[in-house]
Write a protein that binds this ligand. Structure first.
Ligand code: PLP
Length: 421
């Protein structure tokens, strides 16, 4: 019965190294977050030992009395948090939740209409070599070339032309609220289901800071690990249990998955409990405020004169999309420079990107992890200043000075103090 360090020092070193990396850098990947310690604890627990195929009270394995309690708590907490009559907490990931949604709603060969990948959509919304692009006939909508926002008249025209069975609202890189009522009215007009994938903005919805798609959608899927700040996993909701409940349950199990990850489901229950609290709501407010400070700084004169701007001119959510089409820096160079300064972001194609997807002309920068770390407006102003300075100076940036400023911030906000891997 050896410890990890005794049994496998190589993997123990990875855990230690990753904890140090997370502590000593500014984590600004928009889809990442830092989970509460209680979530780490539930996820790293003996529940990983348990098989529990089926659903609470209807399992195919004995000994499920404890895990049934965990799954029922996860369901009831998520249901009251988001106002959904039906919840399935078993999807192992966002992609698997999405596979189950399509499996439940339509047949292979039917048509789906989602936001183009290059305009901020997700792989599971119809990318060619993803299951969604292989099993279904794919039509897509994009953003307007001038405003970079979804043009609902163009979306409607596309829906009337493609006659999809499912319309997908949701994104991986889009800085504005969606108009769920407009989506639903278009879906109703063409007789399609409306499926919303709120993976990115679920935490903002939970805090009441973003329109809730559940009342307007037939089905909603999400991840739990982005703004929502829980374990890496997926979840499915519907406001209409009678119509969709059985279909969604059987699409998840046995349609897409075998045994649920009960340690992760317990950790989801913890995360939903946290997300119902005032402290969580305050963190989501700081998340949005931080992104807005970033957008403001990155559109200031000294930065914009270096050809840097922000898509749509600002943000309503937890991320900004930096537009480098007029900058000497491409996305790869900008990502590398910020990495050298101790700031982790990802390059991201912008709509109508002239540069190839390998380098891109954009950056996606998110604030959820730093807000979870305790950053408020003063710290986000300093972060925005460091990033703005590096992007404006480009390859001439003083990276030593930037790194020292990053270190002052990470030292002032210790991550998981006392935790040892
Ligand atoms: N849906 C959206 C909108 C996403 O952005 C993502 C993740 O990036 C997913 C689904 C997939 O989640 P996962 O990585 O857990 O499969």
């Amino acid at each position: 019965d050896q410890s990890l360090a005794e049994l496998d020092p190589e993997i123990a070193a990875v855990l230690e190294g990753e904890l140090t990396r997370q502590r000593e850098t500014l984590e600004m990947i928009a889809s990442e977050n830092f989970v509460p310690r209680a979530v780490l604890q539930a996820q790293g627990s003996v529940l990983t030992n348990k098989y529990a195929e089926g659903y609470p009270g209807r399992r195919y394995y004995g000994g499920c009395e404890q895990v049934d309690i965990a799954e029922n708590l996860a369901i009831s907490r998520a249901s009251s948090l988001f106002g959904a009559e039906y919840v399935n907490v078993q999807p192992h990931s966002g992609a698997q939740a999405n596979a189950a949604v399509l499996h439940a709603l339509i047949k292979p060969g039917d048509t789906i209409l989602g936001l183009q990948l290059a305009h901020g959509g997700h792989l599971t919304h119809g990318m060619k070599i993803n299951f969604s692009g292989k099993l279904y006939n794919v039509a897509s909508y994009g953003v307007d070339e001038q405003t970079h926002r979804i043009d609902y008249d163009a979306l409607r025209a596309k829906a009337l032309e493609a006659r999809p069975q499912v319309i997908i609202a949701g994104w991986s890189a889009y800085p504005r609220h969606l108009d769920f009522e407009a989506f639903r009215s278009i879906a109703d007009e063409v007789g399609a289901y409306l499926w919303t994938d709120m993976a990115h903005f679920a935490g903002l919805v939970a805090a009441g800071l973003h329109p809730n798609p559940i009342p307007h959608s037939h089905v909603v899927s999400s991840t739990v690990h982005k703004t929502l700040g829980g374990p890496r996993s997926g979840v499915i909701f519907s406001r209409d249990k009678e119509t969709f409940g059985k279909k969604l349950d059987s699409a998840v199990f046995p349609g897409q998955q075998g045994g649920p990850l009960m340690h992760v489901i317990a950790a989801k229950a913890v995360a939903f409990k946290v997300a119902a609290g005032e402290e969580f709501a305050e963190r989501q407010r700081q998340t949005i405020a931080g992104a807005q400070i970033l957008a403001e700084r990155l559109t200031a004169t000294d930065v914009s004169s270096a050809g840097v701007s922000v898509l749509t001119g600002g943000t309503d959510v937890h991320l900004v999309l930096v537009d480098l089409r007029h900058s000497d820096l491409d996305g790869q160079q900008a990502e590398d420079l910020l990495h050298a300064a101790g700031i982790t972001v990802n390059r991201n194609a912008v709509p109508f990107d002239p540069r190839p997807p390998r380098v891109t002309s954009g950056l996606r920068i998110g604030t959820p992890a730093l807000a979870s770390r305790g950053f408020g407006e003063a710290e986000f102003t300093e972060v925005a200043d460091i990033i703005g300075g590096v992007l404006a100076a480009g390859t001439g940036a003083d990276l030593d000075a930037a790194r020292a400023r990053v270190k002052a911030l990470t030292d002032a906000f210790p991550l998981y103090p006392g935790l040892q891997q």
